[in-house]
Write a protein that binds this ligand. Sequence first.
Ligand code: DAH
Length: 385
Amino acid sequence: MASRTGYPDLDALLPRLERIATLDAAALEAEQIALLGRKSGAITLLLKSLPTLPLEERRAFGAAVNQLKQEVEARLASRKAALEAEARARREAVDLTMPARRRWVGGEHPVTVVTEEILQIFHELGFAVVVGPEVETEWFNFGALNFPADHPALDMHDTLYLDAPPVDERPAGGRLLLRTHTSPVQIRVLLASPPPVRGVMPGMVYRSDPFDPSHAPGFSQIEGLAVDEGISFVDLKATLVHFAHRFFGPSTRVRFRPSYFPFTEPSAEMDAECLLCHGAGCPACKQSGWMEILGCGMVHPAVLRNSGVDAERYTGFAFGMGPHRIALLRYGVPDIRLFYDGDMRFLEQFVTAEPGREAPHPRPGDPTERGRGRGQGRGRGRGSA
Ligand code: DAH
């Protein structure tokens, strides 16, 4: 109704009607009051003035004011609806500039990666994977492995005994304990399957040690065992040198040092050239240029006899290594406790990108961010277990 009304008072209001379509929510509300407010709205005042007009003018002017009022109401309502629709669209809008949420992809723990790689290498050499119980008897953990009853490894100080009645079976029983190494699985394998046998036996082992940068009360080991007719120290060396070249690289130098374990005779420890300094000497290898990788030896005849194997006919070799310790050496991790903390910031550094997987790329403050092997044998001052 932008046409003139014929009344100057009403015509004066027409530009304000045109502007209604441009007002924001607050201005719209103010304009509604200014025009239609019950006390002093401009149109309200015009309507209030009707009774003061002569009768003949009153009807025509009244009709014009009412028409203007309806027009104002319609324009206010349509502007209000348009503003609400805009606000709704803004609320529902997709912000295409917002960075996408990263899909969280986990990865294998570095100790798992190392364990799987070691098992794979021995698998290819014909070694089967066998697991044994973490709760053992004194016999399986020590006695059958030719430990003398007064060996220091049996001390409560070193070994975690269970608060449970001893297994009353001679000789296989004794006190119950958390196995301190995976070597008892050798006995179980030989009892279950007579030679020829070749097996690798991964698992957790437990010792009465507090956590520190190089010790943990629970850590992993992989035991190895091959028993057959005619097995000699040559087989042991060939197998373990092959393993070291596969795992650490073909040009890695290794050396065998004489050692002592109650369950092997002769016994040795195998060192590999330090992965960090390649033999030059660095803090990680205590300037020796070598890293102790595993204990090994020819299976002691007493161990074969304790497992029901004819020690005149069969010989064998065994070895034991610690994946936690090897992961520590391989990745140059300064504190073994990092392997136990479950801190994603540490762990995701080892995640490798695989096909179909996203490589992790952490962002500071990302809401999805959250966030201790040891030496075996002599390395920990215990000498044998
Ligand atoms: N059981 C030993 C330890 O825990 C490791 C070991 C050494 C295992 C020599 C063996 C071996 O089978 O032949 O330190």
